[in-house]
Design a protein around this ligand. Structure first.
Ligand code: NAD
Length: 325
């Protein structure tokens, strides 16, 4: 399948594995790249910019295909030296960056000077248009269904993607709720040039995540996610578990008096990291999208990507062509 996204990034299939904190490591990113899709190392999963440089080099040892680095700029419990991460990315020779959370405008001169193509992930049409205006090469338009940070507008992809298509000139992919061939075909029909998948790639053989987490996603249905941290306008969609319930209970109890200090002991990413390492799915909060309702197996990345592409071609050639006949 050739789209503006496959052309822009020099990849075989219009499928992207975007940034996932604690998950976007070399093993997964290389497996995605070797499957002909585009994977992103998650910069902040690496404790320092130097570790990020090493992770990029390690990934290069596992694939000769294109891959990128995700840089998420959102409130954090500890300050992050963003410019140092940006410099590490630029110096590494990586040519694709996914930004998220805030406008990448301050870092665009560094990225552009290094010949880097920037795809900005955002949750609204207005931020997509801004991304185009500040020189991004593509946008990842992230609907309400997504894992992690869906923004505060709550617009699902069925509306968000065609609205974005009406306003954007640069290529864009749909993100949030995608996990199979039906989603890919739908995204293309809605005007997107491909899809981003997070949760679906997290549930693959190569994802560096404990098997209990993958099995919990397989066992889950579409009702098994929960929104939290709404009160502080930094909403996160996470897997519905005990700790997520505790966060929401504190939010209800404190109401408008709520401060990040009230939630920090529950939602710290350090606890989520332990979930992925040890497999205790109730140890902390961890991101998961509504698409868990469509995840029923733990394939390799190669199996997953080739299945989605071949089934999408069949849907287009048989089911859709049948309606047009
Ligand atoms: P962390 O431990 O610093 O914070 C945990 C959560 O609390 C994060 O969602 C963070 O955004 C939120 N938070 C922290 N300080 C806040 C404040 N002052 N007000 C409101 N919310 C606040 O973060 P982490 O888990 O180590 O993650 C590092 C980075 O990766 C953060 O930017 C985080 O948002 C991002 N992240 C992204 C995804 C995703 O799906 N894209 C998932 C997890 C984390």
């Amino acid at each position: 399948m050739k789209t503006r996204i496959t052309e822009l990034f020099g990849i075989e299939h219009p499928i992207v594995q975007g940034g996932m904190q604690w998950v976007g490591k070399g093993e997964l990113v290389a497996a995605v790249a070797n499957a002909g899709a585009l994977g992103f190392i998650t910069a902040l999963t690496q404790p320092t910019p130097e570790d990020l440089s090493k992770e990029i080099a390690r990934t290069r040892g596992m694939t000769d295909k294109p891959f990128g680095v995700n840089l998420t700029i959102l409130p954090t419990l500890k300050p992050v030296p963003y410019q140092e991460y940006v410099d590490a990315i630029a110096d590494s020779g990586v040519k694709i960056v996914e930004t998220a959370g805030r406008s990448p405008e301050p870092y665009m001169p560094t990225f552009k000077a290094a010949g880097i193509k920037v795809i900005h992930k955002c949750t609204s049409v207005r931020h997509s248009v801004k991304a185009e205006a500040v020189g991004c090469d593509a946008v990842s338009v992230d609907g309400f269904e997504c894992a992690g940070h869906p923004g505060e507008d709550d617009i699902p992809c069925l509306i968000l993607l065609p609205c974005a298509a009406n306003k954007l000139s640069i290529p864009f992919i749909g993100s949030g709720g995608f996990g199979d061939a039906r989603g890919l075909v739908a995204a293309l029909a809605l005007g997107a040039d491909g899809i981003n998948m997070g949760s679906r790639f997290m549930c693959t053989q190569e994802a560096p995540v404990h098997n209990n987490v993958k099995q919990a996603m397989v066992d889950a249905d579409e009702l098994n996610t929960q929104l939290m941290n709404r009160t502080l306008r930094n909403t996160s969609r996470v897997f519905k578990n005990e700790v997520a319930g505790q966060v929401v209970a504190v939010e209800r109890e404190k109401g408008t008096d709520l401060k990040i200090e009230d939630l920090a002991p529950f939602l710290s990413g350090q606890r989520g990291k332990v979930v992925f390492e040890d497999g205790d799915v109730d140890h902390g909060v961890w991101s998961a999208g509504m698409v868990v309702g469509l995840i029923n197996d733990i394939p390799t990345c190669a199996e997953l990507v080739s299945r989605i592409v071949s089934e999408a071609e069949t849907i287009i050639a048989e089911r859709l062509a049948g309606f047009a006949a």
